[in-house]
Design a protein around this ligand. Structure first.
Ligand SMILES: [Zn+2]
Ligand SMILES: [Zn+2]
Length: 351
């Protein structure tokens, strides 16, 4: 089935489902696939895209190409709180009065992002990186920013508060459609996939279609790092959550997957299999590195990335360390590594 691409970039997937390529400025991902689902009460969007004037225009033009005015959008279902998915939700709601639905765990991230003063975030990040073994010169800019009370310049700092809960396992209240929420934590604590429990319009074998957000993508491994929460010291296991969530969507065996980046694809169990194998390979590699005691920072320095560590920019190093920590926590949970008692910064060693 060759997707039909028109200008504006809209793909019709059949059975009252379209996707619109909404650009993400200056980002190698290129675009977010915002999905449009026709219901008996009007158009419902799955995700909205990055908050940028060009992205907003592309979304509006794309909707128009599907015969929908932004003002007519009835509801917005958000897979997770990241700004390339939830960025334009406030604008859509403002233009249409649409409701916005999100899983409670990500809604709580949104509330924290809106309410925590920037210095609290800087201090939290500085403390976390110090505990992970980051060198002083890496942490210093965060400490300075916290002391100076500098505003955060990252995008998506004023995300829309959702007004509906997405309840795992339940059907969303959509007139004339069967869309079930599948909780898939890992990439974020409240990530959800949405399972459209209807026959595939082209008769593909399998169970309905799955809007997979960032959980399951055809050619990219989503970032799995630590859940950032200055208000909660619980030791979470995001990689363990992610691997469990992968099994959950493989078991659904959808006929087609409609992800939020790249392109639609089939054979979820095969894709899940290769992602599970990828993370197992990473865990094995980390286990070998932990033959001698190392901090999360030192692990990140030695792990394989898409370029040498020396060339990885500041912000990406923070993401890399978070990813190393998520993997080492998994090893600890599996009994394959342990924390060296009294280590400061926190040091791990293979068991
Ligand atoms: Zn994401
Ligand atoms: Zn994304």
């Amino acid at each position: 089935m060759t997707p039909q691409v028109t200008d504006p970039p809209v793909i019709e997937h059949g059975g009252g489902v379209w996707s619109i390529k909404v650009p993400i400025p200056d980002n190698p991902l290129g675009f977010t696939l915002v999905h449009l689902l026709d219901t008996d009460r009007g158009a419902v969007l799955v995700d909205t895209g990055w908050d940028d004037p060009a992205s907003w225009h592309t979304l509006a033009d794309g909707l128009a190409a599907c015969g929908v005015a932004v003002a007519d959008v009835h509801g917005v279902v958000i897979t997770h709180h990241h700004p390339d998915h939830h960025g334009l939700s406030a604008k859509v709601r403002e233009a249409s009065g649409a409701w916005i639905a999100m899983h409670e765990a990500d809604a709580s991230v949104v509330r924290r992002t809106r309410s925590n003063p920037p210095e609290r975030w800087y201090a939290y990040m500085a403390a976390k990186l110090t505990a992970a073994g980051a060198p002083e010169e890496h942490v210093a800019p965060l400490v300075r920013a916290a002391e100076e009370g500098r505003p955060r310049r990252l995008p998506g700092l004023d995300p829309a508060l959702p007004d509906r809960d997405i309840v795992p396992g339940e059907l969303l209240d959509l007139a004339g459609r069967r869309l079930r929420a599948i909780w898939t934590p890992g990439h974020t604590p409240g990530h959800v996939c949405l399972h459209l429990e209807e026959d595939h319009p082209a008769g593909l074998r399998g169970n309905g279609r799955l809007f997979s957000g960032d959980h399951l993508l055809p050619g990219i491994t989503p970032h799995i790092g630590l859940y950032e929460d200055p208000d909660d010291a619980t030791v979470t296991d995001p990689l363990g959550d992610y691997l469990d969530s992968l099994e959950r969507v493989a078991r659904l065996d959808p006929a087609e997957i409609l992800p939020a980046h790249q392109h639609a694809f089939t054979d979820a169990p095969a894709r899940v299999g290769s992602l599970v194998a990828h993370h197992e390979e990473r865990l094995t590699g980390l286990g070998a590195l932990l033959a001698e005691p190392r901090t999360a920072w030192q692990l990140a320095e030695h792990m394989e990335w898409n370029r040498p560590w020396a060339e990885i920019p500041y912000g990406s190093r923070n993401i890399a360390v978070s990813e190393a920590e998520a993997h080492v926590r998994r090893l600890v949970k599996l009994g394959r590594a342990e924390v060296v008692p009294g280590g400061d910064p926190v040091t791990y060693v293979a068991v």
